[in-house]
Write a protein that binds this ligand. Structure first.
Ligand SMILES: Nc1nc2c(ncn2[C@@H]2O[C@H](COP(=O)(O)OP(=O)(O)OP(=O)(O)O)[C@@H](O)[C@H]2O)c(=O)[nH]1
Ligand SMILES: [Mg+2]
Length: 355
């Protein structure tokens, strides 16, 4: 899964990237070379996988997230940005805005107003989608005059609906997509259709001022508030000192962004994990909520999917209670399930298949 961090200049993108990936990319108060971007792949932490790996004495293989940190994008310039492909390519977006004060760091708008900046970016993304849709509609009108295929007509109606939806002021992620509709416009990678985490980067003094935005989940968008610079400083301390300073800053109940963001992105993007265990490795797999055992098998290998016979399924903690598959069978906690079985978060699945 790819998550792309983007935003206006000097909002703390690279500082966030460092926190999420434990890298040490240089950050600066002054304008940097906007040409470069950073990339890093991290493990998705999962205590359940760790416990299973300990039991089987095999290495845990965590699910992975690839984070991309783009350079600054000037206001109004998303459409011309060299990073637009990195934004389109993402499975989910992280848009970060500045709420922290620092008189030495110039804000391109001359004042600090994170909610305004969130809206500005939303408008830019919607208007880029609007322009792509208008162009596509013109093209479709020409094509349909030549040949009227069912699919072209279907797409034409949909693009018109999407255009109206944008005109009413909604981002495309709020549209009630059917899977057929998603399929029809899959090639467009609309920016406002991507699930998005809106991150407000603030100091301890205004952290509580944004309390309404601490975990605001709505229509495939989630807003979170964090203190980038303070968090970086806190992480350099020993855990006991950290608590003392957190109290001093009034951040007793602070959620550190690295784990919080991953946990919340899984919720936002409707993702769950299942596990496979074996003599070589204990592995976490990511699938969409409501995936069937058949879909899950396909994640691992097309041969397993094609030869699917059944899945032996057990919740990770029930397995550890039983301590072996034989015992779990005896206790009745290990179940046999068919292709249509809907996988739940935290299950171990052992696939039986015809080779
Ligand atoms: N006070 C304060 N300063 C911050 C915070 N986050 C970032 N900064 C400062 O803002 C400056 C820019 O940080 P970067 O992480 O480089 O920001 P960026 O968005 O990657 O910048 P560009 O890539 O140049 O657009 C640095 O001097 C940081 O120390 C924060 O939460 N509080
Ligand atoms: Mg940067």
């Amino acid at each position: 899964m790819i998550l792309t961090i983007f935003g206006y200049p000097k909002t703390g993108k690279t500082l966030l990237f460092n926190l999420l990936t434990e890298q040490n990319v240089e950050i600066s108060k002054f304008s940097s070379s906007a040409q470069e971007y950073h990339k890093s792949v991290v493990d998705v932490p999962d205590h359940r996988l760790k416990a299973l790996a300990d039991h089987f004495e095999t290495p845990p293989v965590y699910a992975k997230i690839e984070y991309l940190d783009t350079g600054a994008i000037a206001i109004g310039e998303v459409k011309n940005s060299m990073f637009i492909d990195l934004i389109r390519r993402a499975d989910g977006l992280i848009h970060i805005v500045r709420a922290f004060e620092d008189s030495e760091i110039i804000h391109p708008k001359g004042s600090i107003d994170p909610l305004r900046d969130l809206d500005d970016m939303e408008e830019e993304m919607k208007s880029i989608d609007f322009i792509s849709i208008e162009k596509r509609l013109e093209r479709l009108e020409i094509d349909i005059r030549k040949i009227k295929t069912k699919e072209l007509l279907e797409e034409y109606e949909l693009q018109k609906k999407l255009k109206e939806f944008l005109e009413e002021g909604h981002p495309l992620r709020e549209y009630a997509w059917t899977s057929r509709e998603e399929y029809l416009v899959r090639g467009f990678k609309f920016l406002s259709q991507r699930p998005i985490i809106k991150l407000i980067n603030t100091d301890e003094s205004s952290y509580h001022q944004f309390a309404d935005y601490h975990e605001k989940m709505e229509n495939h968008s989630l807003t979170l508030v964090f203190c980038g610079k303070i968090e970086t400083e806190l992480l350099e301390l020993d855990p006991e000192d950290r608590e003392v300073f957190q109290q001093e800053y009034g951040l007793e109940k602070y959620d550190y962004i690295k784990e919080n963001l991953i946990k919340k992105s899984y919720e936002l993007m409707n993702l769950i994990s299942f596990f496979t265990v074996g003599k070589d490795e204990t592995k976490a797999w990511t699938v969409e909520k409501d995936s069937t055992a058949f879909n899950a098998a396909g994640k691992i290998h097309s041969d397993i999917q094609q030869g699917f016979i059944r899945g032996e399924v057990i919740e990770w903690d029930k397995f550890l209670e039983a301590a072996s598959f034989a015992k779990a069978k005896e206790l009745g906690t290990l179940r046999l399930e068919g292709k249509e079985y809907v996988v739940s978060d935290g299950e171990i699945i052992h696939f039986r298949f015809n080779k």
